[in-house]
Every structure is written in structure tokens, then in C-alpha cells.
Design a protein around this ligand. Structure first.
Ligand code: KIV
Length: 273
């Protein structure tokens, strides 16, 4: 079989990620939702790009991740894929497109892979979505799990606070992590849970465990790119490290432009034909 590769950059695969866990190399992961941001994040050398359903909050201004649709996720994902040369691209299956119906889960995963060109899908939940995960995997689509604070269930939790602080929920989370591994997930995200529990999960399962608000003793870290770049400023949870202050930089640039237009400084002669 001949395989067409448009560049000679070595792409990250599920195999690469498993090897990174085996040798103790931490995995870096960020979200992206559009071509330009994906090209920057990929060019900087990120390992995994997540086209998260957090696009619902960050890109569309919704309060939760629930309203985003399949068509919208595919639009974001296909834009990201066109900007990426090296990173492994994972796409969230949106709320209502995989829970409770494994045939629909399979259809959703296949649509995402076919229409976006992404490399894997991500789903939220444990034992209750095992059948859906099995069906998706049967089509050869890699699946990333997501446990802990799962934003698609926000109305069940009622709050965005730390999950699995109590023994019962912690035990269920550990069992769910084992189920996800046994079912065949290639990796899993742990969101906003105690660091000690996250460490135990990462030591128990053989697949890579990526944390967000889950401490440092996991196999990698993920953040929402708009939060870590300081484009969004309202959301400042304890786990977020802000690496830039782009909101202020961008605001200043726009104000300078407005001022230059009003004062007739822009455009000058060299900027005209
Ligand atoms: O949608 C998203 O951005 C996510 C990350 C927070 C893991 O699921």
C-alpha cells in the first residue's frame, strides 16, 4: 500500500503517545478551534491538539458546552486539521451525539473522522458509555476518555467544583479509568480532581493520562489555549497558569488603530498605492 504524506515531518500517533508515557516524557496538549491558532500551536511543537467542545464557550459565547452541534464541531475540526502538520488532533463528540445509543455514537465518530480529517475522538464518561466506546473502536477510530469534571454533565453536578473528593466518587472514577483502558481507549483526560487520586489513576492504567486541574503526577497536561494565552480573562481557576496577556495586547493594538484612523495617521503615503 502506498501512503501519501504531504510533508516529511514525523506525525504524532497513538503509538508515539504510548511510548512517551513508557519513557516518562510528559505529553503537552492544548485546545484549538481554528486554522490560524492551530498552525501556531502546532508550529510551536505541541503533541496533541484538542478541538474541544469548549469551543461552545470560547468561540460561541455559550455558558456551557451543551449547545454546540455536530456540524459546528466538524467546521472547527476541519479548520484545525488544515493548520496542523505534526500534532495528533482529537475532537470532542458533542453532547447528545453518543450517550445512550451506540449506533449513533458510531455514526457521529465516523462523521467527525470523515468530514474533518481528525485523528481521534474524545467522549466524556465511564461505564455508562462503554458500549458506545466499543462500537466506535470497532470502526478503527481511536477514542480518548474524559473523567472527573465532565462539563457535558454540568447540570447533574450543579457546579464546576473539584470532583471525586469523597471516597465513593473516587473509587468509581478509578474503576471507570480501568474500564476505559480495558475497553481500548488510547488515553484519558482527568479534569479537576485531587492530585493524589490522579496520580493513583496514572500509576494504575497503562494508557497516557492527561490532566487539567489534576496535579503534576500524570502523564501530560492540557489547557484551553485562550485561557493560557490570556485572551479570556474572566475564567481564572487555580489550575490555570497564564502564559501571556493577549487580551490587553490586542485591546491596545485595536485602540492604536482606531486612534490612527481618526487622526488620519493611517494610512500614510508608503501604505498607499
Ligand atoms: O473541551 C475542552 O476544552 C476539554 C478540555 C478542558 C479537556 O474537554
Amino acid at each position: 500500500m502506498s501512503v501519501h504524506q504531504s510533508s516529511n515531518i514525523k506525525r504524532i500517533t497513538t503509538h508515539t503517545l504510548q511510548e512517551m508515557k513508557s519513557r516518562g516524557e510528559k505529553i503537552s496538549m492544548l485546545t484549538a478551534y481554528d486554522f490560524s491558532m492551530a498552525a501556531i500551536v502546532d508550529g510551536a511543537g505541541i503533541d496533541i491538539i484538542l478541538v474541544g467542545d469548549s469551543a461552545s464557550n470560547v468561540m460561541a459565547g455559550h455558558e456551557t458546552t451543551l449547545p454546540i452541534t455536530m456540524d459546528q464541531m466538524i467546521y472547527h475540526a476541519s479548520s484545525v486539521v488544515r493548520g496542523v502538520k505534526r500534532a495528533f488532533v482529537v475532537v470532542d463528540i458533542p453532547f447528545g451525539s453518543y450517550q445512550g445509543n451506540s449506533s449513533e455514537a458510531l455514526r457521529s465518530a465516523i462523521r467527525i473522522m470523515k468530514e474533518s480529517g481528525a485523528h481521534a475522538v474524545k467522549v466524556e464518561g465511564g461505564s455508562e458509555i462503554k458500549e458506545s466506546i466499543t462500537r466506535i473502536l470497532s470502526a478503527g477510530v481511536p477514542v480518548m476518555g474524559h473523567l472527573g469534571l465532565t462539563p457535558q454533565s454540568i447540570y447533574k453536578f450543579g457546579t464546576y467544583t473539584v470532583r471525586a473528593k469523597e471516597e465513593e466518587e473516587a473509587n468509581k472514577l478509578l474503576e471507570d479509568a480501568k474500564i476505559l483502558e480495558e475497553t481500548g481507549c488510547f488515553a484519558l483526560v482527568l479534569e479537576k480532581i485531587p492530585a493524589k487520586l490522579a496520580k493513583k489513576v496514572a500509576e494504575t492504567v497503562s494508557i497516557p493520562v492527561i490532566g487539567i486541574g489534576a496535579g503534576g503526577d500524570v502523564d501530560g497536561q492540557v489547557l484551553v489555549v485562550h485561557d493560557m494565552l490570556g485572551i479570556t480573562q474572566e475564567f481564572k481557576p487555580r489550575f490555570l497558569r497564564q502564559y501571556a496577556d493577549l487580551q490587553n495586547i490586542m485591546t491596545k493594538a485595536v485602540q492604536d488603530y482606531i486612534s490612527d484612523v481618526k487622526s488620519k495617521d493611517f494610512p500614510n503615503e508608503s501604505e498607499s498605492y
